[in-house]
Design a protein around this ligand. Sequence first.
Ligand code: BES
Ligand code: MN
Ligand code: MN
Length: 462
Amino acid sequence: MQNIQHYIAQNKDRFINELFELLKIPSISADSAFSQDVINTAEMVKKSLKEAGCDIVEICETDGYPIVYGEKTIDENLPTVLVYGHYDVQPPDPMDLWNSPPFEPVIKETSRHPDGAIFARGACDDKGQFYMHVKAVEFMIKTDQLPCNVKFMIEGEEEVGSKSLSAFVAGNQAKLANDIILISDTGMIANDVPSITTGLRGLSYVEVEMTGPNRDLHSGLYGGAVANPINVLSKMIASLHDENNHITIPGFYDKVEELTAEERGEMAKAPFSLEDYQMALDIESVYGEKGYTTNERNSIRPTLDVNGIWGGYIGEGAKTVIASKAYAKISMRLVPHQDWQEITRLFTEHFENIAPKGVKVKVTPHHGGQGYVTPIDTIGYRAASRAYETTFGKKPIPQRSGGSIPIVSLFEKELGSKTILMGFGLDSDAIHSPNEHFGIWNYLKGIETIPHFYHFFTEMSS
Ligand code: BES
Ligand code: MN
Ligand code: MN
């Protein structure tokens, strides 16, 4: 029986070259100028699933971008793993901060990746990570070692809220039936500190528009006498946190899950250096909610952040003006039991409430989703843990992440199955930022670890 390490050693260059081809297409779902590229990427994903040995491969059309579906059934009586991933990527801008073009992948060494890392938009989020599954399944099929059935569902709208996927999942429950969902779209602590993501935060994303006078005004003639939307919006946004950095929206914390001292004690055991954290970001100090550690602030606590704010004159030089309008995009990361639609409503009511007379406020919800926490006393988690133990030589640490994959909670609701988040990226891989990259070591380690999961999961299920 051929082993996975041997297969990787023989096929490593091909695995990297194939990923390069995928990374060269700018599948930016947020920008309609790239719609043909997104569609072409779906075709390439379909082809890769076919070549890996799937019996059924389909492009499933939706109201938005297509979902690529693949399947290899070996025996109806065996368990089925459903792999989810996304082939769309974030926009690359700001372009001038990239050291090499975002859609021309190159390998460069970094301090965390001495074996080299692939630099390209989507290298880690999520093309490199879902492609590990395509290659791991290729290995199992080609060497006759696939121990159970597998289904793939790779979408093209994750970075813009997975709108079409929600309807697809709700309408295809039988087709997507599975025993466990497997996703590599998160990270781990470090290459020598493997971890499995056991939680994701929910999300509510809104845009606010504030209107003052019906036109831009001379700031000398009118300044001081009418509400300046930018001043007012800034003041309102500032008031959303109190002096302890608690969020002031009434009802915001009502349903927040409070962890026990024991659970917080467990969390605190994960290796973490505040000094390294600050140094990596060039900050003198961290900042956040009073009473919580950095790792708690960015995973088990809800947050509110302005993602963008604009209005008035921002061109060269100075222009004396009071703008008629001001805008902001605001995201709230949510934790278990907070309902994103309820939070969106609470935000809207509060924001409208605190607006002074003299301005009009309009809140437009963008998208959102529920958080997710996966138990660790399940076959799925134990199988993943043993797979990591086999390939890393260490037991992985369960760790809750601050990021969001809103569709995961919907999978549980519609398909009734749990998700295992086997992410192989590092926080320093710069996902969504310029110079995104994915370690070659991580890419190959993922391909090596995944087949062990199939093996243990099938064994433990019988
Ligand atoms: N893969 C990320 C989410 C992620 C990254 C979770 C790292 C945990 C660790 C995903 O592609 C993403 O960017 N999600 C968005 C939300 C989405 C609705 C746009 C996010 O978290 O901002
Ligand atoms: Mn992702
Ligand atoms: Mn992303």
